[in-house]
Write a protein that binds this ligand. Structure first.
Ligand code: SF4
Ligand code: SF4
Length: 304
């Protein structure tokens, strides 16, 4: 009940205050400072969201994409690897999670998405299972996709970008297959905008305060290649290193190895404080409410 009321209040303010306005940015800065304490709180498995990436590349290529998909190589997750990670993680958490998210890149590019859903539901029978998509491929998604969403109780969360897409048709398709469809970030009420946290290759930033004031830390973890990461930035920095010939370092203290660690409390405790990688994130230049644009694959889109 409390959640529903606060959700309505948030939507009301989001409707009347544009994301890219000065007033929104001021409110946002106040908000992240007020809730900074929550970043240092140890979470329980039933309080965490975990994302797995079906693919790393995307059919859109947005500027400031926090998964760095515009510069990622084409890469499809292997079902066997996803299954192994989910199996192991479910053993650690007792099959409990708040939400399991299939994302990317654009996850609908994966030809065996139905197998990923089945696997996710097998190991996490009770959590919210969601796919986050830009929606561009939904109009022509095969029946196997819709059937699998229905059978595995998958919620489709569409981020609406300011580009042409037949949302009426998508909503009808979801309805006819009895699949729940929602919009990410309230993009049914206004245009999608972007966030941007530039990286400082010198690594001289204050890691603790970057972490405390980060909208991604200790919130929605990335599970990939047997590792749990607190944010997509550290999970996917290899794309930046390769494309822009950089040398951002990921150490063993920047993630939790789910095969080496045996206790979920120890794993989640690791994210109660900053990770060494946060020394690269420039909190004072963090921007929100940026108008959406296509990426030009320019280094200034991620590095200052
Ligand atoms: S649609 Fe999403 S994953 Fe694709 S480039 Fe844009 S932000 Fe990144
Ligand atoms: S590395 Fe730290 S500060 Fe940077 S995005 Fe990830 S959690 Fe946030």
């Amino acid at each position: 009940m409390k959640n529903k009321v606060s959700h309505r209040i948030t939507r009301f303010f989001r409707r009347i205050i544009p994301y890219n306005s000065f007033i929104y940015r001021v409110f946002y800065q106040i908000y992240i400072r007020l809730f900074a304490f929550s970043k240092l709180k140890k979470k329980r498995p039933d309080q965490i969201d975990v994302q797995i990436h079906a693919v790393e590349h995307c059919n859109l290529g947005c500027k400031w994409c926090n998964a760095f998909s515009p510069i990622a190589d084409e890469k499809f997750a292997k079902i066997e690897e996803i299954e192994a990670d989910l199996k192991r993680f479910s053993e650690l958490t007792g099959s409990v999670l708040r939400k399991l998210i299939v994302s990317g890149g654009e996850p609908l590019l994966h030809p065996r998405l139905h197998d990923i859903f089945e696997c996710a539901r097998k190991y996490f029978p009770d959590c919210v299972l969601e796919i986050i998509t830009n929606g561009l491929l939904l109009k022509n998604a095969p029946d196997t996709f819709w059937k699998s969403c229905n059978e595995n109780d998958v919620t489709i969360s569409v981020t609406r970008y300011p580009i042409e897409n037949n949302t009426e048709k998508i909503e009808l398709l979801a309805k006819s297959h009895h699949v729940k469809l929602v919009y990410q970030d309230d993009t049914d009420i206004r245009e999608k905008t972007m966030y941007f946290t530039p990286l400082d290759p010198s690594g001289k930033q204050d890691a603790a305060s970057s972490y405390r004031l980060c909208y991604m830390s200790n919130y929605c973890f990335v599970l990939e290649n047997g590792r749990l990461y607190t944010c997509p930035t550290v999970a996917h920095i290899e794309f930046i290193n390769k494309y822009f010939k950089q040398d951002f370092i990921v150490s063993e203290h920047d993630y939790a190895d789910i095969y080496q660690m045996t206790n979920i409390d120890d794993i989640l405790s690791r994210f109660q404080k900053s990770i060494p990688f946060c020394r690269y994130c420039v909190k004072r230049h963090r921007l929100s409410g940026l108008n959406w644009a296509l990426s030009e694959k320019d280094m200034t889109e991620c590095i200052c």
